[in-house]
Design a protein around this ligand. Sequence first.
Ligand code: GLC
Length: 723
Amino acid sequence: MNNAAMLSPAGVLERAESVLESLSLREKVGQLVQVNGDGHVSDSLRDAIARGEIGSVINEVDPATVTELQRLARSESPNGIPLLIGRDVIHGFRTIFPIPLGLAATFDEALVEEASALSAREAAIQGINWTFAPMLDVSRDPRWGRIAESLGEDTYLTTVLGSAMVRGFQRDSDHRLLACPKHFVGYGASESGRDYNTASIPELELRNVYLPPFKAALDSGAASLMPSFSDLNGRPPTGNRWLLRDVLREEWGFDGFVVSDWASVTELAVHGLAADDADAARIAVESGTNMDMASGAYAHHLERLVEEGIVAMSLVDELVLEVLKVKISLGLFDEKRTWNEVATVSEESLALAQRAAEQSIVLLKNDDAILPLAREQRVALIGPLADQPYEQLGTWVFDADMNDSISLRAALEARIGNHLGFSAGLETSRDRRHDEFEEALELARSSDVVILALGEESILSGEAHCRTDISLPGAQEALVAALADVGKPIVGVVMAGRPLVLESVTDHLDAMLFAWHPGTMAGPALVNLLYGDVNPSGKLPVTLPRSVGQIPIFYNHRNTGRPPVPESINYIDDIDPQAHQVSVGNTSFHLDVHPSPAYPFGFGLSYTSFDYSDLEVLSASRIGDGFSIAVSVTNLGERPGCEVLQLYIQDPVASATRPVRELKRFRRLSLEPGETRRVELSVGADDLAFFNGEETIVEPGVFRVWVGGDANAPLGTEFELVA
Ligand code: GLC
């Protein structure tokens, strides 16, 4: 279902227009006002709804309260217009899936859609009909706390999985959540990775990197959209007419509605774009922001602005009509139901959450194949994230029940019973005390293997939770070093809401699983991976840097005129005293760290290994037809495994410089031991198009293509496409 199909069947527009005609100015403004729920129907809320002065309530999840709010809107307001009930259902509602960055690591479109559909069912049971998701901010800066909510650094991966989320949220008409892609646009480029900050993004980057996921999400049927808090090129999106009218509505034909982010209308005055709240309301309306989330600016000023002729009634009518069309298309006008159930987890939901967690976890190293573990091994479970059913859920979790959440410790106890010893070593991820080290070290000495659960508490990522130092917080590095001296093999399990700099601990760990925040079923998923019931298949949706100083570091960068030649770099410790100014090489590198990341985009190991061979270009002639390739993938090991095949291209010569590599296709392949699969993939002209600063074009010429298991895939070839 695309945006047009959902919004504008013939009857929708007419019905919306007839409703609009019956509204007073005050009621029109009411449709553009969203207020925060507080778990009960206060007298002021009751009266305002009864007067038709509210169009939506956010953060109300009590079924009985929602039922009463909708009853008031339908039966006591002058025109009976139902409410939109919004909630941040970001990676689950009652059943919590991995954070979106973890879901991205599955590279599994179908799984992500199922997870969103299940989350929609759980939320809709309680009367919620709108989610502020998917978050589609391409994120290249792990200092930014909201990278946790993103689908990573790649435009194509974000596009594919973000559209899958939209389909999942909206596909079941009985349990539909209106999707709301956010934060439009370029929020992930906030300076210094500090939230709410300025994002200065050239149109080339906007159109080639940041905008495409939103266009795809709207084409997948999303009928609402949320602008970002950031200051985009001097025009915060809530008040950015070029973005919300020229691009969103004129170019893209979007006919849904735009809801501001929390208080971002009045923040236009704080940014310095508006003189005061009334002026902010005017600018936001003129720019095309339909609904005001929680700032009160529209409720307090819009009616007067129209009465004084400062804002045209026709403009308000247009914004109200867009909201009414969506409400009608969602079926809210014809829905008479009430809500009296509270969502609960189920066998099905927990199984899906576990599978998502299993597929999201990335095996970064496995020296001497110490994983999978043997059941009879005596295990010392240590670390501040080992037994944290709350922390493992990650950010943006409002409606889960901690009793549903199974920690690594609980799952290990169930699996290996008295073969398990536990000593946290640190109380929280930020704990700086060494008081409990000795107990942990003692346990390690009496065990065969250490499982060390490290990382970040959930509060250290997410909105407004940015860090300048993205190494392990607290005394975790000291704990790792102390355990390394014990001399037992150590398996690191890292739970975090962002990539971390792990250089100081990696060498002490014999194996490492990067688990993001894996959600409700973190424990069972990790145990299945640790003991080989499930073979790891997760792949990095974001680069892991060696140093915070490398940031931004991402795989699809442009080449520069002097790309680094790592083997020829004279690093800081190798430079002779009084070395001549040009003696260390003038290319694009840092003196004090290797130019490569710790782990590249797309990387992830398995308990088996895969080989790529016989890459063949099947068709490549006219640029308009794109190209297709075939490649063979073989499981070289003794164990079944799932590989995420990735196809990257480069357009080495173009009318604007292009990335050294760009992901254009991926596919999950389950292969039996020894099995070889011949895979064919096609890439269309649309995927080769790019904005060159003046226009969006596809250009003939030579193209390079690589296929493999991460962004450094070596197996490549090239071909030419003619006009
Ligand atoms: C927040 C977030 C946005 C969220 C909204 C409602 O501040 O920026 O992502 O949907 O408020 O909770």
